[in-house]
Design a protein around this ligand. Structure first.
Ligand SMILES: Nc1ncnc2c1ncn2[C@@H]1O[C@H](COP(=O)(O)OP(=O)(O)OP(=O)(O)O)[C@@H](O)[C@H]1O
Ligand SMILES: [Mg+2]
Length: 320
């Protein structure tokens, strides 16, 4: 997996999140290292930063005995996790480490009862063991824990940050990715670096020259302009059923989209067409028709027949 291979090992390598990285570097040098809570969307560097902190404050030899990684949504159940935490937290640090560290990922999966127990453990063994709790939603962490932690709110990564990291990886992998390809990778992953890197890896299995078209293909993500053209073929002053139909067939074949995928794409695209081209009433009719198509597809109807009917009805409505 490229995401693992290219996971930053140090805080300096972490892309974006400057404010957080700056604070973490400072805290790492302090003796009164606090409990920490990392929150934020998927794939933006939370686990990566926690690992980088470990690398910064523990020597390789110290890590095995002084660092523990746990996942709160572990299928062994929270009781086991709780026992693991307690047993680990109460043993003194060794090998010259100043304290021990528990990284508890997906902490927002814990029930509030489990969180209250955790809070007591955090307090009791505070001198010996520090915690880094990681979650997507800090609001799901009880406030007594929040108030005991330094909170770090990770944000979705910016376009230029994702693009520069992808370019770095592409160069290492001897891939050529054009500007539009990089933009498409960013857009289809919405600031989630893990997803963007996975998409790049998937694209690289098709070709060494990655363009936006390749990205849309592997992501099952349709170029908004192509959907928009189809709709405009149906609502303009000169509707062209055949052109619209051909593009629908093309999309389904080129991108390997199911009928229901296409419904979703159209559904999203309809809201972006300007009011002057698609007045309210027509837009609402079109959305209602799409929901019918969706329903019929779910009950096994033929997608092409359904989209033919959708396009034809849209033309008829826009002409009336
Ligand atoms: N800020 C970043 N800089 C460089 N690479 C990143 C960054 N964020 C994520 N990545 C890449 O994405 C992968 C996943 O990141 P990470 O495990 O840190 O995500 P996360 O924020 O913990 O997400 P989740 O909430 O899903 O656990 C990393 O292995 C790394 O390759
Ligand atoms: Mg993570």
């Amino acid at each position: 997996m490229w995401t693992e291979f290219f996971r930053p090992r140090t805080l300096d390598e972490v892309v974006g999140q400057q404010e957080i990285v700056g604070r973490l570097k400072q805290l790492g040098t302090q003796a009164d290292f606090p409990h920490m809570l990392f929150s934020g969307p998927p794939g933006v560097g939370k686990t990566t930063s926690a690992e980088a902190v470990i690398n910064e404050i523990f020597t390789l030899a110290q890590r095995a005995a002084n660092v523990k990684r746990l996942n709160a949504s572990d299928d062994r159940g929270i009781n086991v996790v709780r026992e693991d935490i307690k047993n680990f937290a109460r043993v003194l640090p060794s090998g010259g480490a100043k304290f021990k560290l528990i990284i508890l990922d997906e902490a927002d999966q814990m029930t509030s009862e489990a969180q209250h127990a955790l809070r007591r453990t955090m307090e009791t063994y505070n001198e010996i063991t520090r915690f880094i709790l990681i979650c997507n939603y800090s609001s799901k962490i009880i406030s007594p824990i929040q108030s005991r932690c330094a909170i770090f709110r990770f944000k979705g990564l910016q376009k230029k940050e994702v693009m520069s990291r992808l370019q770095f990886i592409a160069t290492k992998k001897k891939l050529i990715v054009d500007e539009k390809g990089l933009e498409a990778l960013y857009e289809s992953s919405e600031g989630d670096m893990r997803q963007a890197i996975n998409a790049l890896q998937a694209a690289s299995s098709l070709t060494t020259e990655v363009t936006d078209k390749v990205v849309y293909q592997v992501q099952g993500y349709v170029k908004p302009a192509e959907l928009s053209e189809i709709i405009h073929n149906c609502i303009g002053s000169k509707p062209n059923f055949n052109a619209a139909r051909k593009k629908v067939v093309n999309l389904m074949e080129a991108y390997g989209l199911s009928g229901q995928d296409l419904v979703k794409h159209f559904n999203g695209q309809l809201s972006t067409i300007p009011e002057k081209d698609l007045p309210g009433s027509l837009r609402y009719e079109a959305l209602a028709m799409l929901s019918d198509v969706d329903y019929r597809l779910a009950s096994g109807c033929n997608p092409l027949v359904q989209f033919d009917a959708f396009l034809a009805k849209l033309i008829a409505l826009s002409q009336s």
